[in-house]
Design a protein around this ligand. Structure first.
Ligand SMILES: NC(=O)c1ccc[n+]([C@@H]2O[C@H](COP(=O)([O-])OP(=O)(O)OC[C@H]3O[C@@H](n4cnc5c(N)ncnc54)[C@H](O)[C@@H]3O)[C@@H](O)[C@H]2O)c1
Ligand SMILES: O=C(O)[C@@H]1CCCCN1
Length: 286
């Protein structure tokens, strides 16, 4: 007879999930994923059901790591919320299965996992690609991802200055009031971005907010885009001289060099990494 699944609520997940463990673990699994060896990891592309009349989506994100006996799926809904809505735009549950018997062994809050996992992956990208002496962090947005990115990036790097922009200044101010360290609230995206070494985009915007001409040469952009944000926009608004270079796992594996001195963009959905174009560098397209 199978036992009842363990239930982990948001508070428990937050307590148990440390950024140090997550970063180590994610570096390992992203490296394995990029080897495309199905005996190591099977992770199909996320299935998404559009819920058009309510501006929402339901996604299912399964994965299987045979050697480690981990069989799991996240079930996530994401909705476009009206400005000022108190509802979270992303809500998720993660189910862990017994790989041999197929029964559910744990049901975990997925909001905390999504917040921390996504920020930890950006932190890995920043570790690899941010300028050697990064002093200024810029965060666009003031929601869940903005907060988790603030937490992990200020834990890993010693920034001299942190800037936040949000479409409503009072939301940016509320975000800052919750933090311990000093953060500047900026009145425009440009003001927040110019001169920044690490730039996090964490908004639900489906139109470009950040323009390449504002980005300091050599800076690193960690892009948490709305999945509705077309990739071609993201490339064009940044610069028309962008090449898709590699998956993050390929950089971790050493298949491609990180080239920290270049202006780099990590597009989190799909784990792609871009850098500004160098004609001598081999193009790699996915
Ligand atoms: N890559 C990933 O794996 C991943 C995971 C989770 C979330 N995301 C994406 O990250 C983004 C932020 O997610 P979140 O959980 O922090 O959401 P959230 O709802 O907590 O915060 C959204 C933020 O975006 C701002 N915003 C919304 N629409 C905007 C617009 N049109 N212009 C300017 N600002 C706007 C809001 O004011 C708020 O600051 C979303 O696009 C989400 O889809 C990506
Ligand atoms: O990977 C995720 O969990 C998120 C959910 C929200 C939309 C973007 N992707």
């Amino acid at each position: 007879m199978t036992e009842s699944p363990v239930l982990l609520n948001k508070h428990e997940v937050e307590r148990l999930l440390s950024y140090d463990d997550l970063i180590t673990r994610l570096e390992s699994v992203m490296g394995k994923f990029s080897k495309r060896d199905s005996s190591e990891i099977i992770q199909p592309v996320r299935s998404v059901v559009p819920i058009q009349q309510h501006n929402g989506f339901l996604g299912v994100m399964p994965a299987y790591l045979a050697a480690e006996g981990i069989l799991s799926t996240k079930v996530v809904s994401f909705y476009q919320r009206a400005e000022g809505s108190s509802l979270p735009s992303t809500q998720a549950t993660v189910l862990l299965f017994h790989p041999e018997h197929g029964n559910v062994i744990a049901i975990m809050d997925g909001e905390a996992i999504t917040a921390k996992r996504t920020a930890a992956v950006s932190a890995i990208s920043a570790k690899l690609f941010s300028p050697a002496f990064s002093e200024v962090l810029c965060i666009l947005g003031s929601g869940q991802q903005a907060r988790s990115h603030y937490d992990v990036l200020t834990k890993l790097f010693k920034f001299k200055e942190v800037r936040v922009w949000s479409r409503r200044k009072e939301m940016a101010q509320r975000f800052v009031n919750d933090l311990q360290g000093p953060v500047t609230v900026c009145g425009s995206v440009k003001e927040a971005v110019v001169g920044a070494d690490v730039i996090v985009t964490a908004t639900g915007a489906s139109q470009p907010l950040l323009f390449g001409e504002w980005v300091k040469p050599g800076a690193h952009v960690a892009g948490q885009l709305a999945h509705t944000f077309p990739l071609r926009y993201f490339l064009r608004f940044l610069t028309n001289k962008v090449e898709v270079f590699a998956e993050l796992g390929e950089i971790i594996n050493g298949t491609f060099p990180a080239q920290r001195e270049k202006t780099t963009v990590f597009k989190s959905l799909g784990n792609l990494f871009f850098h500004s174009c160098d004609p001598k560098t081999k193009n790699k397209m996915y």
